[in-house]
Ligand binder design. Structure first.
Ligand SMILES: NC(=O)c1ccc[n+]([C@@H]2O[C@H](COP(=O)([O-])OP(=O)(O)OC[C@H]3O[C@@H](n4cnc5c(N)ncnc54)[C@H](O)[C@@H]3O)[C@@H](O)[C@H]2O)c1
Length: 361
């Protein structure tokens, strides 16, 4: 019997969730969006039979659903996940997991109480580069990773002015929370150590400057709220003594968009990096996946060749959710990891607000 999935929110990531779920043999039976026309358009494009103007109606009319995927603005991740878990559905939720760690703890507790799977779309873990690098890490070629640097830095990448992305109440914050993927990937490579201290700073220069608008995102909302950071820099010390430094920006004087994790292990260093083209993704993008070792008294750089994946793991991450439900693949992420990640994000904002390091309990 194939897994039956309902989509909540007709956001752009539906273009990856739906084919990703189907590639793993799941049936996408229904879609619900408070903007029913948006749901209808996606349903037509992907031949989804049942369309609803809200999730309550979907749960009512589709009792046979096994799971849902949540593709809505961040503020609604927690309430919708809790609602779905209450209906005994497994949940695949877009990133960020929620607005803050307290919300993620509630979601994790509810999933445990219901005995259901809760996973998040940390799609960069499903990239061929990340999967290859993780093999070297688990085979101990890399050794303990002492230190890592995570970057998702854009020069002109504000995803719309005044819409939900720039409204802290709806989004939880700016690029720290929106572009959390490389922080997550670095933590994943480091085996998700427990964070101890975080020192961070945020900057809001350019957040109102339309010349820093990205080539994608959502339409501007006139007189909407724009109260999030444009860039952030932080340093994390873990209980293990490992360290992570990170930079996230939508708008900052960077040469070009860079998305990378670089690490220094005891046996090898490494890098997974995409240098984006001038205007988002184009054929000037450069991907790198490398290991750095000392062999026979020489420095050796190993280039890991992987198949290109322009979706940055988005199809693979959705497929992994289905395969994990069926016990065919290990889940690519867990609620415990999401909770640690969100504690770090809360602490970056806390440190930026107080001007002091924040200790994580
Ligand atoms: N993993 C990635 O690479 C990636 C990329 C882009 C966006 N995202 C995430 O996807 C999510 C959606 O982003 P988007 O840009 O597609 O947003 P969007 O605003 O374009 O679409 C969100 C949709 O959710 C609907 N919605 C809102 N509240 C709802 C509710 N209570 N019930 C049902 N539907 C509801 C809206 O009507 C809208 O159609 C965000 O959390 C974002 O962070 C992830």
């Amino acid at each position: 019997m194939s897994c039956k999935i309902g989509i909540i929110g007709a956001g752009g990531m539906a273009n990856y969730h739906i084919p990703g779920f189907r590639s793993a043999g799941a049936e996408v039976c229904a879609i619900a969006d408070i903007r029913v026309d948006a749901a209808k358009a996606v349903a037509q494009k992907y031949d989804i039979k049942n369309v609803y103007g809200g999730v309550a109606e979907m749960f009512d009319k589709q009792p046979g659903l096994d799971a849902v995927s949540i593709i809505t603005p961040n503020k609604f991740h927690k309430p919708l996940a809790i609602q779905a878990l209450e209906h005994d559905k497994h949940v695949f939720c877009e990133k960020p997991p929620a607005l803050d760690a307290a919300d993620v703890l509630e979601m994790k507790t509810k999933a445990e109480e219901k005995g259901k799977t809760l996973m998040f779309d940390f799609n960069n873990r499903a990239r061929p580069e990340s999967r290859a690098m993780m093999q070297y890490i688990t085979q101990d070629v890399v050794g303990r990773i002492n230190s890592a640097q995570a970057l998702w830095i854009r020069r002109t990448g504000i995803p719309g002015f005044g819409g939900w992305f720039t409204n802290k109440e709806l989004s939880g914050g700016g690029p720290v929370i929106d572009l959390l993927h490389m922080i997550d990937l670095a933590l994943y490579f480091m085996q998700y150590p427990a964070p101890a201290w975080v020192l961070g700073q945020t900057f809001a220069d350019f957040i109102d400057d339309k010349s820093f608008k990205g080539p994608w995102g959502i339409p501007d909302v006139e007189r909407g709220v724009t109260n999030v950071e444009a860039a952030a820099h932080a340093f994390v010390l873990f209980e293990t003594g490992q360290v992570l430094s990170l930079r996230n920006s939508w708008a900052e004087m960077n040469k070009r968009e860079e998305v990378s994790v670089v690490f220094q292990g005891r046996n090898a260093g490494g890098m997974v990096r995409r240098l984006f083209g001038i205007d988002g993704l184009d054929d000037t993008s450069i991907d790198t996946c490398e290991l750095y070792v000392q062999e026979n008294g020489r420095s050796v750089n190993r280039q890991i060749v992987v198949e290109p994946d322009e979706t940055m793991g988005r199809l693979g991450a959705a497929a992994n959710f289905v395969l994990a439900l069926e016990g065919k693949e290990a889940p690519l992420n867990t609620p415990d990891e999401a909770l640690k990640l969100m504690k770090i994000i809360d602490a970056i904002y806390g440190s930026a607000a107080s001007g002091k390091p924040v200790q994580i309990q």
